[in-house]
Ligand binder design. Structure first.
Ligand code: FES
Length: 264
């Protein structure tokens, strides 16, 4: 839980745009209590914090779409909004349940170019990319460690490589053969080691500070070890987990041996 405001700062019947934990929230004080939602309307990004509130509703100020603040459901529209859990302390401090505000994301760059991966990360609100490849190298433009960190920095995303969270070579070989079960068995055994456990602790701490995304090679998370890393993180933090897909709009380059050897 992190303090994000005091109730006295938000008159009853009003909303406020608040920045907390690397993200923005619309926080409302109504007769029914306090509520938090995503800041922008899903229709055309109307500023929800400026909307007209009811007992437990908010109406977007741009085109009057109405949302239930308790569930996020649209009441006169098919769109819905995200809601976040708040707790009110007796001294008026509003506390945000971080786990509802910061999901953990993952992405694979197979079949995608760097701009497509970057755009997917930006669109999802990513603030930190955690590279979980055993070898952060690729012949594909933009995906080796230094170029990746530089390209992400230009988009306002920090980068860290946690090498011990990569799969050992025999696990990568199994993944390359399509033997996901063997890869997973090898990776789980690898995770028993001290270096891997220490890197996992670091990843858990980073993932609750701000919106983070795990990066590996394979597009399909179900055949990639990053899904296991993600489960090991959210199993402790309680965060929601989402697997992103880059929007592939161009003819795609083939995987190179460096991707398979380093990034599975
Ligand atoms: S932007 Fe909110 S209803 Fe159109």
């Amino acid at each position: 839980m992190v303090p994000i405001a005091n109730l006295a700062e938000i008159p009853q019947g009003e909303g406020r745009l608040i920045e907390a934990a690397g993200t923005h929230l619309a926080v409302f004080h109504t007769r029914d209590g306090i509520f938090a939602t995503q800041p922008d309307c899903p229709h055309k990004q109307g500023p929800l914090a400026d909307g007209l509130t009811g007992t437990n509703t908010v109406m977007c100020p741009l085109h009057d779409r109405l949302f239930d603040l308790r569930t996020g459901a649209g009441l006169n529209t098919d769109c819905a909004i995200k809601t976040y859990k708040l707790t009110l302390h007796e001294d008026g401090t509003i506390l945000l349940n971080l786990m509802t505000a910061i999901p953990l994301l993952t992405i694979g760059y197979q079949s995608a170019r760097f701009p497509e991966v970057r755009d997917a990360l930006v669109e999802a609100g990513t603030k930190l990319l955690i590279d979980v490849r055993a070898i952060a190298a690729s012949r594909r433009p933009g995906f080796s460690k230094r170029l990746l960190a530089g390209g992400l920095a230009e988009a306002g995303i920090d980068y860290i490589h946690l090498q011990p969270l990569g799969t050992p070579k025999d696990g990568r070989d199994a993944a390359r053969r399509g033997d996901t079960a063997t890869m997973q068995r090898i990776f789980r055994a690898h995770m028993q080691g001290d270096r891997a456990q220490s890197a996992l602790e670091e990843a858990r701490a980073l993932a609750v500070e701000r919106p983070a995304c795990l990066l590996c090679f394979e597009r399909d998370h179900t055949t990639c070890h990053r899904a296991l890393v993600a489960e090991m993180i959210v199993g402790h933090t309680g965060q929601a987990l989402s697997h992103l897909h880059a929007n592939i709009g161009l003819p795609q380059p083939a995987a190179t041996s460096s991707d398979w050897s380093g990034a599975v």
